[in-house]
Design a protein around this ligand. Structure first.
Ligand SMILES: NC(=O)c1ccc[n+]([C@@H]2O[C@H](COP(=O)([O-])OP(=O)(O)OC[C@H]3O[C@@H](n4cnc5c(N)ncnc54)[C@H](O)[C@@H]3O)[C@@H](O)[C@H]2O)c1
Length: 366
């Protein structure tokens, strides 16, 4: 059996976590041979509910679940963690403006970025799910000066899965036969689900659907799917979000399928003309625990306009929280010609490859 890895999860008593924790413990995320230690984090008022979930996990007798620890603060909960899933966030309350929402969450993610910087494993991989996910991820990353910006990502895999599932339903193909769907930009209604590179049964998707359907029905359906689900079930998507998290982390750690690419919110390095220093969803390929942006895709005028619209929204969100972003990390986020860690786990007791290993210094873009 392999050594266990530590996975810290905030919002661990919430709806998404309720669907996610059991998948992780069953080996769906890190692999069927990888034991896990779950470091579950909640606000103090939710600790009793969290204890109930921990009991249920114990009662499943998962062979891969090594240990569960419960924490009411991130400074303890993030200690030595190899993975951090930041799900807990403040929801939008009545009468709250978007700028208020950004501001209250900025406090949460500033503290979480600092805690990751101070106590997490140096190789930690971070996924931000709590909304507004892209900008929250940027805030956390900007508050972690000793970690690489490439260690911070945000979730758009749920949007990608929606885009595949809905296209499969429309064309009558299996989701398995749909490849290379791309989500560009923000996890919000400005996101751009792009089918120009996509294939259905190895033939161009755009040749198999009508352009009117694509523009008039498909794109808005993906963009507003979250709201549609809230309207129908009175709660936001939880099971599908959990599946998106599992898919995002599994591909990051274990690699994308050959010939496929996946969408992840990552710090822009200027690829495709997107302004540097924001967290923007790009198509990437993952291998050896690294990701690289897929280069050279053809972008037509139609796509460019939509990619720019979602970029503009992210720049606007960034401007609203600019006063909370430490200036010392501005340069590292603007100049991403940096080395990427390989994803090889470094343990708290110092075992693992030393920092001079060649394979820890592969350039991100190559
Ligand atoms: N990126 C995506 O694709 C995506 C999809 C669905 C939902 N979301 C977002 O994910 C978040 C969680 O959704 P949910 O349905 O699980 O919500 P939920 O309200 O059911 O659960 C959130 C949990 O987080 C906890 N929490 C709040 N602040 C915390 C903090 N500072 N530290 C630790 N725990 C904290 C709360 O106590 C609560 O138990 C929301 O912000 C939602 O908008 C994102």
């Amino acid at each position: 059996m392999r050594r266990p890895v530590r996975i810290a999860i905030t919002g661990a008593a919430g709806s998404i976590a309720n669907n996610l924790l059991f998948k992780i413990a069953a080996g769906e995320m890190m692999g069927k041979d990888q034991p896990v230690i779950l470091q579950l984090i909640e606000v103090p008022q939710a600790m009793e509910a969290l204890r109930g979930i921990a009991m249920e996990l114990e009662d499943c007798a998962y062979s891969l679940l090594h240990t569960i620890t419960l924490h009411d603060n991130v400074e303890d909960g993030f200690k030595n963690t190899h993975f951090a899933l930041l799900i807990g966030a403040r929801p939008r309350g009545p009468g709250m403006e978007r700028s208020d929402l950004l501001e209250v969450n900025a406090e949460i993610f500033t503290r979480q970025g600092r805690a990751l910087n101070n106590v997490a494993n140096r190789d930690v991989k971070v996924l931000v799910v709590g909304n507004p996910a892209n900008t929250n991820a940027l805030i956390a990353s900007r508050n972690a000066p000793d970690l690489s910006p490439s260690q911070f990502t945000s979730l758009t895999r749920l949007d990608q899965n929606r885009a595949r599932g809905i296209l499969a339903n429309h064309t009558g193909a299996s989701p398995r036969d749909i490849r290379r769907v791309v989500i560009w930009g923000n996890h919000s209604p400005t996101q751009y689900p792009d089918l120009h590179q996509a294939t259905v049964l190895d033939r161009a998707a755009m040749d198999q659907i009508s352009f009117d359907w694509y523009v008039g029905e498909y794109i808005p359906k993906i963009q507003f799917r979250g709201g549609e689900i809230i309207k129908a079930r009175g709660q936001s998507s939880a099971a599908s979000a959990a599946q998106g998290i599992v898919d995002h982390m599994r591909d990051w750690v274990l690699g994308t399928e050959s010939g496929e690419f996946v969408s992840m919110g990552i710090v822009s390095d200027g690829s495709y003309g997107i302004e540097k220093g924001i967290i923007y969803s790009f198509p990437v390929r993952c291998d050896y625990g690294r990701y690289q942006i897929v280069q050279g895709l053809e972008i037509n005028e139609f796509s460019r306009a939509r990619m720019s619209a979602t970029e503009a929204e992210l720049l606007e969100e960034k401007a609203m929280v600019e006063h909370l972003l430490p200036s010392e990390t501005a340069a590292s986020h603007e100049n991403l010609n940096i080395c990427l860690r390989s994803g090889v786990t470094l343990y708290a007791d110092g075992t693992g490859p030393d920092g001079a290993s060649k394979y820890l210094t592969t350039n991100r873009i190559g």
